[in-house]
Design a protein. Structure first.
Length: 379
């Protein structure tokens, strides 16, 4: 594995770092506390090219590789993981799938505005009774000839109320189980499509998460992505890549908390010396840094395999599993190192701990990652 970054990759990382520090840091605590969607920040992320990083320039994207995407995602999430999830869903779960599997007409019409960040995308797979068990889709898409009629409910949809383009998964032929699932491009102006309640969340509170209701929503046949019955394969395919993005989000959260802890431990004094001079704290820092480095290498390996067009299913699951656990462990220790200051909002690390938890849940729980990894080992 080549661990040397190209000049272009390093430039992307630097641009994301500077952007995060100047544009995302101010107001990040308030956005979390008041659950304010970072509309202005996301608009600027679009202008910076962060919303469609891997999309080819032909469709308005940055034409970058997955390594660059991971580097940018990590820098953004070191500061604001809510902006990170908006970016991650748009890049990995929406744009990437549309470019790879969408028709030329779909790419022209829907991909370019998404890649430029002019429109935000949402990925609508989870349902009240279908989260990990994604094959059990209750939402139906009845084939009516030149259109489909969609009925059902989706839950926990990131960008639920801020999106304009929604990739909606639904069951067309129940008998065929997952081979009967299709994916559709739905726009928010389609009659019968209602945006439901906003969830009040533990973390990533700047991002908006909603339930969505579909009642006799008429979706033209040309909005189906891929062949009839291709939906589940599409969902699994984009999630394999999405998990690299979420792993990078977890890495960003962990790194942000670690850097704050390192700095704090060199400033704060107890028993006459900086607390970093106490082995109890120094050993914590050593463990945190080691797990962060291991996460980074797992993520870069998954990204490298994806860029080399090799199978990255197991690698991305391992990266997400490990990096999300690391994000939890590191942020909890970060609070411990900060002591009483860690427990209050202005020191950021309590928010980071709350943000970290979701990385063990969405785009496949840690338990699902273990299913994916073990199935790959045993096949
Ligand atoms: N990549 C590519 N294809 C995959 C895949 C993956 N990671 N996982 C499963 N598939 C394919 C299988 O190869 C199979 O295809 P064929 O029937 O053509 O052979 C098909 O999908 C169904 O697979 P399987 O029979 O293993 O389905 P299961 O119901 O046992 O569930 C898991 C598979 C659990 C892995 C899947 O449902 C999953 O990933 N669930 C989590 C979904 C998720 O991430 N939800 C969060 C939503 S976004 S916040």
């Amino acid at each position: 594995m080549n661990l040397t970054f190209t000049e272009e990759q390093l430039a992307v990382k630097e641009a994301a770092k500077e952007f995060a520090e100047t544009e995302l840091l101010p107001g990040v605590i308030e956005r979390d506390e008041k659950e304010i969607f970072p509309a202005e920040q996301v608009r600027k992320m679009g202008e910076m090219g962060f919303m469609g990083m891997m999309v080819s320039p032909e469709y308005g994207g940055g034409g970058m590789d997955t390594i660059s995407y991971v580097l940018a995602m990590t820098e953004i999430c070191k500061v604001d993981a809510s902006c990170g999830v908006v970016m991650s869903v748009n890049n990995s779960l929406v744009c990437w799938g549309l470019e790879k599997y969408g028709s030329e007409e779909q790419r022209q019409k829907y991909l370019a505005p998404l890649a430029k960040g002019e429109v935000i995308g949402a990925f609508c797979l989870s349902e009240p009774e279908a989260g990990s068990d994604a094959t059990s889709q209750r939402t139906t898409a009845e084939d009516k000839g030149d259109y489909y009629l969609i009925n059902g409910t989706k839950n926990w949809i990131t960008n639920g109320n801020s999106a304009g383009t929604y990739i909606v998964y639904a069951q067309t032929d129940k008998e065929k189980r997952h081979h009967g699932i299709n994916a559709f491009i739905v726009t928010r102006d389609m009659p019968g499509f209602v945006i439901g309640k906003k969830e009040k969340k533990l973390g990533i509170r700047g991002s908006d998460t909603h339930s969505l209701m579909f009642t006799d929503v008429k979706v033209p046949k040309e909005n189906r992505i891929g062949e009839d019955g291709f939906g589940f394969k599409l969902a699994m395919g984009v999630l394999n890549g999405g998990r690299i993005g979420i792993a990078a989000q977890a890495l960003g959260i962990a790194t942000g908390a670690f850097e704050r802890s390192l700095k704090y431990s060199k400033e704060r004094k107890a028993f006459g010396v900086e607390i970093s001079k106490h082995q109890a704290i120094a050993f914590k820092l050593a463990d945190m840094a080691t797990n962060i480095e291991a996460s980074r290498l797992l993520i870069l390996n998954a990204a490298r395999l994806k860029d080399a067009k090799k199978d990255y299913t197991k690698a991305s699951a391992m990266a997400k599993l490990f990096a999300s656990q690391t994000a939890m462990d590191v942020t909890i220790e970060a609070i411990q190192i900060h002591g009483g200051y860690g427990y209050v909002k202005e020191y950021h690390v309590e928010r980071m701990m709350r943000d970290a938890k979701i990385t063990q849940i969405y785009e496949g729980t840690s338990e699902i990652q273990k299913i994916v990894i073990s199935r790959d080992l045993l096949k």
